[in-house]
Design a protein. Sequence first.
Length: 111
Amino acid sequence: MAVTEDSLVVDLIDGRSISAPLVWYPRLLHGTPGERNNWRLIAGGEGIHWPDLDEDLSVEGIILGRASGQSQVSLKRRLESRKAGARRNRVSNSKSVRQPTRVGSQAARHN
């Protein structure tokens, strides 16, 4: 199984490879490469789960060419939530803890 910039490619046990455009699966489309690559098989190989994206796809659905059933409203909320989370992470990561500069009695004597 591979997720490229524009496709989901699933290799089946019978030797076939099925490819579907990522635009059919908006959560994958908007995911980072790291999120897309963090997947596992579920239900005995009947489906694929991406925990970071909260996405589950059935192999049968991919074979039959079923696109995601996620509504545009739901997708918009999810993307806004991701943006807000990313902003919070940037702010918390930019706040550094500064250690006070210590000037000991030895340093004061040498000046």
